[in-house]
Design a protein around this ligand. Structure first.
Ligand code: PLP
Length: 431
């Protein structure tokens, strides 16, 4: 059991006075699991250490980027060597071309990639590009998919498949929301109806490669192919958001895994190796519309930052080595099985979804294949489980609707430690 959280509590009390909610990104606040966050002092390999001296096996991995674990020696050395050459120039470097080439190696059906600073920037820019390229205004997104916090993507689905957008967040103007159509995920019939009604106005659909933001919900067999066909039929672009799944479920992302060739892909997280990077990639015909090659404007003071490019290059070079994804698959499958057995032993209903090294155990007896079924989860039970795991030295994402990430730094001992903790935590849930 952990040694308590006193220093974290003190630091949080200070933080809330000067930072909204005490955090710089909402989910970090632990609100949905009924406690305050722990403050981190450092990471190393598979572990996080907090300011009270507690060690955690980390399955958040900074929300996905740290597929190599914390402070990977090769990445750290590369960043240290780069830092003495300057931290930003606002001028081109060879590093940018090197990272671009590595990304295009993973997505060989694309010709060009533009670097930005976050996943949000990538999706926002991809939408502008799709709208500029097609001359159409509307986009389709899916219930439960998250694509960052740009206005037109912060749209919650209303009831009914063809519901026009309703802003989820105050501050998103209604006229922007009205250009976003939401549809249920994994449901081709409804999507076909959407296209029948509005197909000529739809610039693009945007979809997560493997949704991880309602918890992990894999695409049904044939679903992504169906989306691809429909978009082609109506002259709309297919944007696959692989900010989370890119270089995670396979080196070539979900599109490599499922054999889909979208028009544009959004990337982030892993390609920055733990530093802020996003990117969008596509065929030359589309990408050459981006400024300064073309008229669709998009820019960034720190885009292509040398430290971030260096971390990204080092990370992707390591991921390319043979055996990487086999290791992740084996470890993640071992963990998922162990957790499922632990839940069963305690009599707790757990529905586990996993694609490669991303997984979610939903506290429900239903098969989870869309947002509605994800929402059948018992979030109170999850919160109890989360707190019990934290107390036992396991750091999970603090929401039922997130993925756990296995990294190359997790050893079998770490997984066994986690499964042993889960056996106790599920007993706590079972009461
Ligand atoms: N797209 C997906 C699929 C994501 O998971 C995220 C972040 O979690 C984003 C976009 C937004 O990325 P960022 O938080 O870097 O802006």
């Amino acid at each position: 059991m952990t040694k308590g959280y006193q220093r974290s509590e003190e630091l949080f009390a200070e933080a809330v006075k000067v930072i909204p909610g005490g955090v710089n990104s909402p989910v970090r606040a632990f609100k949905s699991v009924g406690r305050n966050p722990v403050f981190i002092e450092r990471g190393e390999g598979a572990y996080l250490y907090d300011v009270d001296g507690n060690r955690y096996v980390d399955y958040v991995g900074s929300w996905g980027p740290l597929i190599l674990g914390h402070v990977h020696p090769e990445v750290s050395e590369a960043i240290k060597a780069s830092i003495d050459k300057g931290t930003s120039y606002g001028a081109p470097t060879e590093l940018e071309t090197r990272l671009a080439k590595l990304v295009l190696e993973a997505f060989p059906h694309f010709d060009m990639v533009r670097m930005v600073n976050s996943g949000t920037e990538a999706t926002m820019s991809a939408l502008r590009l799709a709208r500029g390229y097609t001359g159409r205004s509307k986009i389709v997104k899916f219930e439960g998919c998250y694509h960052g916090h740009a206005d037109s993507l912060l749209i919650k689905a209303g009831s009914g498949a063809l519901t026009l957008g309703v802003p989820t967040s105050p501050g998103v103007p209604g006229n922007i929301a009205s250009n976003t159509i939401t549809a249920p995920y994994n449901d081709l019939e409804t999507l076909r109806e959407v296209f029948k009604q509005a197909g000529d106005d739809i610039a693009a659909i945007i979809i997560e490669g493997v949704p991880g933001n309602m918890g992990v919900v894999p695409p049904k067999p044939g679903y992504l192919e169906g989306v691809r066909e429909l978009t082609r039929e109506y002259g709309a672009l297919m944007i696959v958001d692989e900010v989370m799944s890119g270089f995670r479920v396979a080196f070539g992302g979900a599109q490599g895994l499922y054999g889909i060739e979208p028009d544009i892909t959004c990337l982030g997280k892993i390609i920055g190796g733990g530093l802020p990077v996003g990117a969008y990639a596509g065929k030359a015909e589309i990408m050459e519309k981006v400024s300064p090659a073309g008229p669709i404007y998009q820019a960034g003071t720190l885009s292509g930052n040398p430290l971030a490019m260096t971390a990204g290059i080092a990370t992707l070079e390591i991921l390319k080595r043979p055996g990487t994804y086999e290791y992740l698959e084996e470890k993640a499958s071992y963990l998922a099985d162990g957790l499922a057995k632990a839940a069963q032993k305690a009599g707790v209903s757990l529905s586990t979804n996993r694609v490669g090294s991303m997984l979610t155990g939903f506290f429900t007896d239903k098969v989870v294949d869309d947002f509605a079924s994800a929402c059948t989860s018992d979030t109170e039970a999850f919160a109890t489980y989360f707190r019990a795991m934290l107390d036992r030295g396991v750091y999970l994402a603090c929401s039922q609707f997130e993925a756990a990430f296995v990294s190359l730094a997790h050893t079998k001992e770490d997984l066994d430690f986690t499964i042993a903790a889960a056996e106790e935590a599920f007993q706590v849930v079972a009461g």
